[in-house]
Structure formats: structure tokens, C-alpha cells
Ligand binder design. Structure first.
Ligand SMILES: Cc1cc2nc3c(=O)[nH]c(=O)nc-3n(C[C@H](O)[C@H](O)[C@H](O)COP(=O)(O)O)c2cc1C
Length: 343
């Protein structure tokens, strides 16, 4: 997931029970490979195997080159993106837009498979159920991809047209699973241990892939693994565990992005964590005002210290932030000021 599954987050997910985690998509545009963004995405220092890198692009040769570039940097599995609905990607006929042109899609798959074969690197494909309700071609694409040498398929149970709206359907996954011999992964709205079990049972899929539900909750993987193995729900993590994971996550995040960017993009992850923490909005509001790594880490430590000593109610005054319950809507003058400053 672009902007989410960077190396620090993948490492944490794997440590907390994910059997597999795929990189953010890496562009096939060679002119962008030296950019900071791409070089960070292609960095797998300290990551546990298997290292899976997703590539996105529109031209077979460029995608083959991108596969080789990432293999040289440690990729052990190459995943092709035919699932992303983002305009930035689709306008260039990449991501899920490729599903509209099966000939081009398979040309890309074949070129990437050929580039990976000499290195013994399997190629996987991530797609949606189709471009639109009237054009649900995941089945024919899945069969053609298998024929072209794809080793595993992941299917998000929505069309491109749906974006993230409504609910994912998994009937298409079940249908494809019954027709191909390669492993199939079901994706879309798998957001609890019970959902994981139900989707596996309904589809016969070999695995489930979790996206948004892991944001701010990477321990969902151990919860799912435990439930699938035992039928019992795992106790929630302790505050001590949460503190340890969040601080380790933040430290590695700062290290990968550097202090300026890391502190700012770290707020996004803290905001997700905060959603399931008591008085989490106070922590979120406070960290959004901080601009250096030390105080961001300190805020997390202070939060957990206050929690341990049952002093969470003192945080708003200590940090000078309003709790959500105390917050009021801005008045007209303040709204005008906000609009002005955002313009
Ligand atoms: C912020 C965000 C970024 C995403 N980036 C990618 C991406 O780079 N490649 C991809 O295949 N899917 C991407 N996706 C789609 C997810 O992998 C997944 O298919 C989708 O969110 C449905 O699964 P979920 O309901 O478990 O979140 C992204 C989704 C989100 C919300």
C-alpha cells in the first residue's frame, strides 16, 4: 500500500504475525529510480524474507527492467500491480487500468516472468475483479496470467469503478480459485480474525491479504493467526507492548526518512494508532504540533506513562490540547481564517 507499507511498517507486521508483506509500488520509470522516494521503496535493509516488491507501469520492457532493478536490490518475489485505482497511476494506463487491455496486460506479465525466471524469482499479480461492473474480467485475466507463468494471484473483490466504496465481494475469488492451480489470495475488507476465517471458508483461498485494517493495528496479524489456529480470540495487546511497538516503529521510520520528513509522515501512523487508544485523539492532536523526533518519541512515552498511572485525563492540560469532548466547532470568523490559510 503506497504511503503505508514502507519498510519499517512491513518489518513490524512481519514481526507481529504477517506471513508475507509486499512493498509499496515501485515505478517502472527509470528516470525516477534515483529519486529519494523510489530509492527508499527499494530499500529492504533488515527485512525478513520473503522480500516482495510490487512494480507498476504500462510498458512490458520497462516493467521487465523494473523487475531486474528490484531483484538486484534484494527482491525475492516481484508483484505486478493491476489493482491500484489511483488517478496518478491509471491515467498512465497502469494499475487497474491495465485490466481493460488484456493483451497488453499479458504482454507485461510475460515480459516480467521472462526477466525474473533466470533469477528464480516468482512473479505474482494483484488485481481487482475488473474495470467496471459490466467488465468483470478477472477470471479470464487470471487464467491467462497463470498460462503466462504467474505464480500467485491476489484479488481485491471490487471493480476499479467501485474504488473503495461498498463492500468487497469474494464470489469472484471463489470462482477463480476453483479454476486455477496456482495459489489465490483473497483481499478486501478482511478486517478481523472472524472475517479472515469466513473469507477463507467461503472462497477456498490459500490466504487472505489485509490492507487498511492493519493501519495502526499491525498486531491484527497475530490475532488472525491465533484465531485461525485455535478458534480462540487472542487477548488485546498490553499497553507495554503497544508502547514498545510504536516507539520501535517510529524510531525506524525517522531513521529511514530522516528527521524532517520522518516526523511529519510519522504523524500519519500515530494518527492510525491513536484511533484505538483511550484518549487517542489527545495524543494525535498533540503529535501533530510537534516537529522534532525527540519530542515526538517523548510524547508517545508520556502518553503511556499517563495511561499506566491512570492520568490520561491530565494530558490535555499538560499538552495544551483540547480533548474531542471539549472541542467545539470553529465559529464563522475562525472558519474564514482557516479557509484563507489553506488556500
Ligand atoms: C492508502 C492505500 C494505498 C494503496 N496502495 C496500493 C498499492 O500501491 N498497490 C496495490 O496493489 N494496492 C494498493 N492499495 C489497495 C490495497 O492493497 C487493498 O487491495 C485494498 O485496500 C482492499 O483491501 P482492504 O479492504 O484490506 O484495505 C492501497 C490502498 C490504500 C487504502
Amino acid at each position: 500500500m503506497a504511503g503505508v507499507t514502507d519498510r519499517p511498517f512491513r518489518k513490524l507486521c512481519k514481526a507481529l504475525g504477517a506471513g508475507y508483506a509486499v512493498s509499496e509500488m515501485v515505478t517502472s520509470r527509470r528516470d525516477l529510480w534515483d529519486s529519494l522516494k523510489t530509492s527508499r521503496r527499494a530499500n529492504h535493509d533488515g527485512e525478513a524474507a520473503p522480500i516482495a516488491v510490487q512494480i507498476a507501469g504500462t510498458e512490458a520492457q520497462m516493467m521487465a527492467d523494473a523487475a531486474r532493478y528490484n531483484i538486484e536490490r534484494g527482491a525475492q518475489i516481484i508483484d505486478i500491480n493491476m489493482g491500484c485505482p489511483a488517478k496518478k497511476v491509471c491515467n498512465k494506463w497502469a494499475g487497474s487500468a491495465l485490466m481493460q487491455d488484456e493483451v497488453l496486460a499479458i504482454e507485461i506479465v510475460s515480459a516480467v516472468v521472462q526477466a525474473c525466471q533466470p533469477h528464480g524469482v516468482p512473479v505474482t499479480l494483484k488485481m481487482r475483479t475488473g474495470w467496471a461492473q459490466h467488465a468483470k474480467n478477472a477470471r479470464s485475466l487470471a487464467l491467462a496470467a497463470q498460462e503466462a507463468g504467474v505464480a500467485m494471484l491476489t484479488i481485491h473483490g471490487r471493480t476499479r469503478e467501485q474504488g473503495y466504496k461498498g463492500f468487497a465481494e469474494h464470489d469472484t475469488v471463489a470462482d477463480i480459485k476453483s479454476r486455477v492451480s496456482i495459489p489465490v489470495v483473497a483481499n478486501g475488507d478482511v478486517n478481523s480474525p472472524q472475517a479472515a476465517k469466513a473469507v477463507l471458508a467461503a472462497t477456498g483461498a490459500d490466504a487472505v491479504m489485509v490492507g487498511r485494517a492493519a493501519q495502526g493495528r499491525p498486531w491484527i496479524f497475530r490475532e488472525m493467526a491465533h484465531y485461525l489456529a485455535s478458534g480462540e480470540l487472542l487477548a488485546p495487546p498490553t499497553p507495554q507492548e503497544l508502547q514498545q511497538w510504536m516507539l520501535a516503529h517510529l524510531r525506524e521510520h525517522h531513521e529511514l526518512y530522516g528527521e524532517f520528513t520522518g516526523v511529519r509522515s510519522g504523524r500519519k501512523h500515530l494518527g492510525w494508532y491513536a484511533q484505538s487508544l483511550p484518549s487517542g485523539d489527545v495524543l494525535r492532536r498533540h503529535v501533530n504540533t510537534l516537529t522534532d523526533a525527540h519530542t515526538q518519541l517523548q510524547a508517545v512515552s508520556d502518553y503511556f506513562e499517563a495511561w499506566a498511572s491512570e492520568q490520561l485525563h491530565t494530558l490535555p492540560a499538560m499538552w495544551g490540547v483540547r480533548a474531542a469532548s471539549e472541542a467545539r466547532n470553529p465559529n464563522t470568523a475562525e472558519l474564514a481564517e482557516l479557509a484563507e490559510s489553506a488556500a
